[in-house]
Design a protein around this ligand. Structure first.
Ligand code: C2E
Ligand code: MG
Ligand code: MG
Length: 674
């Protein structure tokens, strides 16, 4: 910083020289106007005047050019790479203010970025620099023009405000806090800072050095508060966590997270210490479509990703301890104290987005998404198992949620009640013939003729409620009742085809769905199918059994034996819902499915170009397996157009037919064969 005399001196010089020049010009003009003086007599004097004038103006130019060069040079010397003042400039500014008569009403705020070191270590220095730039941009955006902004250290910033009132300072803090929150919503890396301020008043008069010390002291108090408030890792809890980390009897070999028993006992211990005002949650998270990731990048990268997930998760300030339930499913105990429920959800969501975008950057176009279910703990006497169940129940629901995050709630509880109602009323409903068989025709891509139909079950309950299979099939799978329901459907389909055969009417190949539950009961299944076939002897090639991709992948060996048995009897087998989240292309090769049915999720209305490319690419790959390709969920002419060009063989979807009662199928087949 420059003092007044160094600023004023060049101007005084310039004024003196300008005065001399003006005098010269005046003399010259007077001389040239006086006709009675001959040129010869005054020639020397005349040129002398001109040279003096020239030297004068040159001197003035030199002074001003030098002055502006000095200014630029000095500005550069005082500016940090972030564009605000550097430490040297801060110290000078403070000494200038100290030299004034008084430092009354000067306010000094200090900010310290909380996570810069972590960002540097985990994301690299470039990201760290970006974080600093982002914070400086926030400071500039929220500070008034008259504020002095400076970077005092690597991650420390000061703001000096003259004529400062406490209210103005607090307003400034509020503005920057709001802008930071807004920034964090969209930014991949969160900005978090500690801050403190001091104002020199009549009651507490400070010189600049003292102001700095006081603001610094308060900033560190704030930092400590953030740590104890936000993390709530009190000494006692830290000790438990650290001891458990070291002594953990079982640790997940892949991700290094706790094993189940250690996690449960740690959560129990930690809950005993927390007070009732804390906001604690059990969170279950998984990776959406993790199988795709394995398919696209290989299992080694998949493992690396899971390790990275665990590592990053445990770095989050809110994560007290974590546990990998299985595969890509993680559970963790989160301390979200000091936050409202809404903010707490936002905090978890931000971390999910942050991790997803990090993966997206590393593996371009992986469309990586983290799903989370949150269970806010209200009663610490509840068993950890039950908390885990609730969080996991919310997680399952989060897959279809708009922002991939669901909080366990009473509504979910209601859904669970429906769950038990379904299980309890099933047997009576079956006896009362409440289940109806619907069919949805399949259309051949070439001639657009109906080439088959899928049987789909519906539940018209006695109380008037109409339930779709998506509601009750998963529940009946859990209870095991699906076995009887499936055979109820199979019998209706066999019977239908047999009746047409008896009447010498044309037949249509029919598909039926196979629950994964049958896979582990192969003998029983084949026994019942054989019995059905004895009762209704139809050509077995008319029946296609649809086995979902998830069922196949989860129990690949029993699935293969199951399929072999069906082939031996001449039935056809289809892989249903291919690509719905578990597809492992490798797993398709040893198995020769008659048909692969692409899941309806591929037929999104607003599918991005990359998604269409993915679908076309997958169809091409599967085409190599010499199998019939069916696409479900064909709803629009655009879907048809895309699929026609991609090599799909058969369409199934609302664009052609919505499912309708089995009885109405006769008319369609008769119509076709007439
Ligand atoms: P799925 O086997 O993949 O059946 C296709 C589902 O897609 C049907 O839903 C059908 O109505 C729906 N769908 C067909 N075209 C379109 C379309 O253009 N747009 C949309 N949005 N949806 C379309 P549904 O009938 O609700 O069945 C759902 C799932 O329930 C079935 O999926 C199947 O996994 C299961 N399911 C249905 N019936 C049975 C059954 O008898 N036994 C077993 N185990 N599962 C069944
Ligand atoms: Mg199906
Ligand atoms: Mg399907």
């Amino acid at each position: 910083m420059r003092n007044k005399s160094t600023i004023v001196l060049p101007y005084i010089n310039a004024v003196i020289i300008a005065f001399i020049c003006i005098v010269q010009i005046y003399i010259l003009s007077k001389e040239s106007l006086s006709f009675n003086i001959s040129m010869g007599e005054h020639k020397v004097y005349y040129y002398g005047q001109i040279i003096t004038l020239f030297l004068g103006t040159s001197a003035m130019t030199v002074i001003f050019v030098k002055e502006s060069l000095d200014r630029v040079q000095k500005r550069n010397a005082y500016t940090d790479i972030t564009g605000i003042m550097n430490k040297h400039a801060c110290v000078e500014q403070m000494s200038i203010l100290d030299c004034r008569e008084s430092t009354l009403d000067i306010g000094l705020a200090m900010f310290d970025l909380n996570n810069l070191k972590k960002v540097n270590d985990f994301y690299g220095h470039e990201e760290g620099d970006r974080l600093i730039q982002q914070f400086v941009a926030l400071l500039r955006q929220t500070a008034e023009k008259k504020y002095f902004l400076g970077r005092f250290g690597g991650d420390e910033f000061i703001v000096i405000i003259q004529n400062c009132e406490e209210k103005g300072m607090l307003n400034f803090f509020e503005r920057i806090s709001k802008e930071t929150e807004r920034n964090n919503r969209s930014s991949s890396i969160r900005i978090s800072y500690a801050c403190g301020y001091a104002i020199s008043t009549r009651e507490h008069y400070y010189l600049m050095d003292e102001l700095l010390k006081e603001a610094d002291k308060r900033m560190y108090e704030n930092k400590k508060m953030i740590k104890s408030g936000e993390l709530m890792k009190t000494n006692q809890i830290s000790k438990i966590l650290d001891a458990d980390r070291v002594n953990a009897a079982e640790k997940n070999d892949l991700t290094g997270t706790f094993g189940h028993d250690t996690f449960v006992s740690t959560v129990e211990k930690v809950l005993q210490i927390y007070n009732s005002n804390s906001r604690l949650a059990l969170v279950c998270s998984d990776v959406h479509n993790f199988r795709y990731f394995n398919d696209l990048y290989g299992h080694k990268e998949g493992d690396h990703l899971l390790r990275q997930f665990a590592l990053e998760l445990n770095q989050q300030p809110f994560c007290l301890c974590s546990y990998r339930l299985y595969s890509d499913n993680f559970a963790f105990l989160a301390d979200l104290s000091q936050l409202s429920e809404e903010q707490a959800v936002e905090r978890i969501r931000n971390w999910n987005i942050q991790f997803s975008s990090m993966v997206d950057q590393a593996y371009r176009g992986s469309r990586f998404i983290v799903n989370s279910g949150i269970y806010f703990i209200s009663d610490i006497s509840e068993s950890v198992e039950s908390m885990l169940n609730n969080a996991d129940c919310a997680r399952k629901n989060s897959k279809s949620a708009f922002n991939h995050i669901v909080v366990y709630s009473e509504k979910l509880n209601q859904a669970m009640k429906l769950h038990s109602d379904i299980v309890n009323s099933f047997q009576r409903a079956l006896e009362n013939q409440e289940f109806q068989i619907y069919v949805q025709p399949k259309v051949s891509c070439g001639d657009k003729k109906v080439c088959g139909a899928e049987a789909l079950v519906r539940w018209q309950r006695g109380d008037g409620m109409f339930l779709s299979p998506d509601t009750f099939v998963p529940i009946l799978e859990q209870s095991g009742d699906i076995i009887n329901l499936d055979f109820y459907v199979y019998e209706k389909v066999f019977e239908y085809l047999y009746n047409r055969q008896l009447k010498n009417k044309a037949s249509l190949p029919m598909s039926v769905n196979v629950s994964r539950v049958h896979l582990s009961m192969l003998e029983d299944f084949m026994e019942r199918i054989n019995a059905l076939h004895e009762q209704y002897p139809i050509p077995t090639s008319l029946i296609t059994f649809e086995l979902t991709e998830s069922a196949y992948i989860k129990e690949i060996h029993s699935a293969e034996r199951f399929i072999d048995c069906l082939y031996a009897k001449g039935y056809r087998v289809s892989m249903d819902d291919f690509g719905s989240g578990y597809s492992s292309l490798k797993a398709l090769y040893p198995m020769n499915f008659d048909e692969i049915k692409f899941d309806r999720a591929f037929m999104k209305k607003d599918a991005a170009e990359e998604e269409e490319h993915l679908l076309i690419g997958l169809i091409k790959l599967v085409k190599g397996l010499n199998t019939t390709i069916v696409c479900e969920g064909v709803e629009t002419a655009e879907n048809v157009k895309l699929l026609e060009s991609s090599g799909c063989d058969v369409f199934q979807g609302y664009y052609y037919y919505r499912p309708f009662p089995l009885e109405e199928l006769d008319a369609l087949i008769d119509d076709m064969s007439s």
